[in-house]
Design a protein around this ligand. Sequence first.
Ligand code: GUN
Length: 284
Amino acid sequence: MTAQLIDGTALSKKLRADVATRAAALNARGHQPGLAVVLVGDNPASEVYVRNKVKACQDNGLHSVFDRFPATLSEADLLAHINALNRNPTIHGILVQLPLPAHIDSHKVIEAIAPEKDVDGFHVANAGALLTGKPLFRPCTPYGVMQMFKEYEIPLQGANAVVIGRSNIVGKPMALLLLEAGATVTICHSKTRDLAAHTRNADVVVAAVGRRNVLTADMVKPGATVIDVGMNRDDAGKLCGDVDFAGVLDVAGFITPVPGGVGPMTITMLLVNTIEAAERAAPG
Ligand code: GUN
C-alpha cells in the first residue's frame, strides 16, 4: 500500500484564494485588513518564517507592517510597542514571532496582545476558550491540520488520535481540536514510556516534536493518517520532518510531505485569522 499524499500547497492555494476575495471585499469598503509582524533579534529560521508571512499578506491583499527590533530591545519597550499596536485601528492582527530573546518573558508579551488581535491564538483568553468553548482564534498550525482532515474527509469521530509533542503552539491545541472533533486523544511526549504502543493503535498520528525519525514504519497502523509538523534538516542539509517519510509512505493511508504539507497551511491560517479579525472590526 502506498499512502495518498495530503497536499498542503494545493489546499493553501484554494484557501488563500478565498482570503483574497474576502480581503478585496473589505478593501472595497475602505477597511483594508492589516497584520503587524514583530521580530526581535536575528534568529535565521524566524527571519525566513516572518518574511514568508509578510509576503503572503502582500500576495493576498492584506496590509502588513514588519517591525524589526535588535536582540537588545528591552521587555518594557516591546510591551510599549504592543500597546501601540493594540490601539492602532489599521492593525487587526498582531504576531510576535517566537522564540524571543531570553531576557524577555514571552508569556508577559503574549498576554499584552489584545485578545481580539491575537491571530496566533496564544493569549490565555483564547487558549482558555479553546478548552471551554469558542476561541476568537485557533492556533494556526493545528487549525491548518484540521483543514487538511476536512479536505481529505478523514473521519475523526471515534478515531484514536495520537499527538506526539506537548508544546503550547502545536501539541496541546492540536489535542484539543481533535477532542472537539470527537477523537479519542492521547498526548505523547519525551517522557512517554512506550511511544510505539500508542502510535500502533492510532488511526491518526500528528508528529510535532522537532526531531527526525520520531515515527517509523513499524510504529504505524496500516492505513492510518500521518501528519508531520516537523521542520528539520537531514545530514545533507535537506528539509525533512519528524516522520521517516520513505518508510511510513508504504504503511499509512494518508501522509503529509515535508516540504509541501503542514508548512504552507500555517501561514494560510494566519491569513484566515487576520481576515476574520478585520471582518469583526469593520462596521456594518
Ligand atoms: N514560532 C514558531 N511557530 C510560531 C507561530 O506559529 N507563531 C509565532 N508567533 N511564533 C512561532
